[in-house]
Design a protein around this ligand. Structure first.
Ligand code: MN
Ligand code: MN
Length: 276
C-alpha cells in the first residue's frame, strides 16, 4: 500500500484521500476507479472552485490532498482502511474520503469515533445498507451501517433518499433507532438536521435519481435531485462536520462523465460547508 506523511496534516485541516476499493460490491465493480475521475472533474476548468456558500477551495491552506490509495482485496481490508484514516483523526484533522464502494464507511467511522466518540451521521442513499450480512459477507457495501450501529459508533443516524426498504432492513432500522426518511414521503422541511455534537456526512451517489447521476452500480429510480441534496447540506446545523465521504460513483456506468461532475460538485459544497 502507498503511504502518506502524517506530518503534512495539521489540526482542523480537511485531508482528502481516495480509497480505491470495490471488492465488497455485491453487483458490479467500478467504484475503485472513481477517485481520480472525481478530481479531474473538480479541477478540469469548466467551473470555478468557489462553493455556493462563497468559500473557495482553490489553494485553500485548510485543504490537503493526500492522494489515492489502493486497498488489498481481502476480508481484512477494513482494518487497512481504518489504519489509513486513524492518523488523520488523531491529528484532529477532518478526513474527506472519495470512494470506493460504501463498505469503506465502516472503517472510516471506526477511526472517526475513536477520536471523537460516537458522532451524528447524515447518510444520503437509495439503500439503508443495514443488512446484518449480504451473500455471506458482513463487510459488504450493503452492511456498513449495521456494523456502525452495532459498534455504537453513531449517536444518531439520519438516512435520506431511501427507496428500497424491505422487511429485514426495517427490523434492523427499528432495532438500531435509525431515522429513515423514505423518498415516498420526501419533504425537505420535515427532516430535522440540527445536530447536537460532531457530524459525519456520507453520500452514496445512488441517493440521486439516476437521471442526475447514471454512473452508479444500482439504478434506483425515484431519487433525489442534486439541488435537494445541496440544499439539505447547506441547511445542516449544529456540531462541527468531522468527516465526510462520497462513495459508489461507478465510472463504468457513467455518461459523458456527468456523474463525476455531480460528485465533484457535492465535494465542493460539502468542503465549502466544512470551511465556512
Ligand atoms: Mn450505500
Ligand atoms: Mn446505495
Amino acid at each position: 500500500m502507498n503511504q502518506y506523511d502524517p506530518n503534512k496534516i495539521s489540526e482542523n485541516q480537511i485531508a482528502v484521500l481516495g480509497i480505491c476499493s470495490d471488492h465488497n460490491s455485491s453487483y458490479l465493480r467500478g467504484p475503485a476507479k472513481a477517485p481520480p475521475l472525481i478530481r479531474d472533474s473538480l479541477y478540469c476548468g469548466s467551473a470555478n472552485l468557489t462553493s455556493e456558500l462563497g468559500v473557495s477551495i482553490n489553494q485553500n491552506s485548510r485543504l490537503v490532498d493526500l492522494g489515492d490509495f489502493a486497498i488489498e482485496e481481502t476480508r481484512q481490508a477494513y482494518l487497512e482502511i481504518e489504519n489509513l484514516i486513524s492518523p488523520i483523526c488523531q491529528r484532529k484533522a477532518l478526513p474527506f474520503v472519495l470512494g470506493g464502494d460504501h463498505s469503506i464507511t465502516y472503517p472510516v467511522l471506526k477511526a472517526i469515533a475513536a477520536a471523537n466518540g460516537p458522532v451524528n451521521i447524515l447518510h444520503f442513499d437509495a439503500h439503508l445498507d443495514l443488512y446484518h450480512e449480504f451473500e455471506g459477507n458482513p463487510y459488504s457495501h450493503a452492511c456498513p451501517f449495521a456494523r456502525i450501529m452495532e459498534s455504537k459508533l453513531a449517536k444518531r443516524l439520519v438516512q435520506v433518499g431511501i427507496r428500497t426498504l424491505n422487511e429485514h432492513q426495517a427490523l434492523q432500522a427499528k432495532k438500531f433507532g435509525v431515522e429513515v426518511h423514505q423518498m415516498k414521503d420526501f419533504k425537505a422541511a420535515s427532516i430535522e438536521l440540527d445536530f447536537d455534537g460532531p457530524v459525519y456526512i456520507s453520500i452514496d451517489i445512488d441517493a440521486l435519481d439516476p437521471a442526475y447521476a447514471p454512473g452508479v452500480s444500482h439504478f434506483e429510480p425515484g431519487g433525489l435531485s442534486v439541488r435537494e441534496i445541496i440544499n439539505l447540506l447547506h441547511g445542516l446545523k449544529g456540531g462541527q462536520i468531522v468527516g465526510a465521504d462520497i462513495v459508489e460513483y461507478n465510472p463504468e456506468r457513467d455518461v459523458n462523465r456527468m456523474t463525476a461532475m455531480v460528485a465533484a460538485k457535492l465535494f465542493k459544497e460539502v468542503a465549502g460547508k466544512m470551511l465556512v
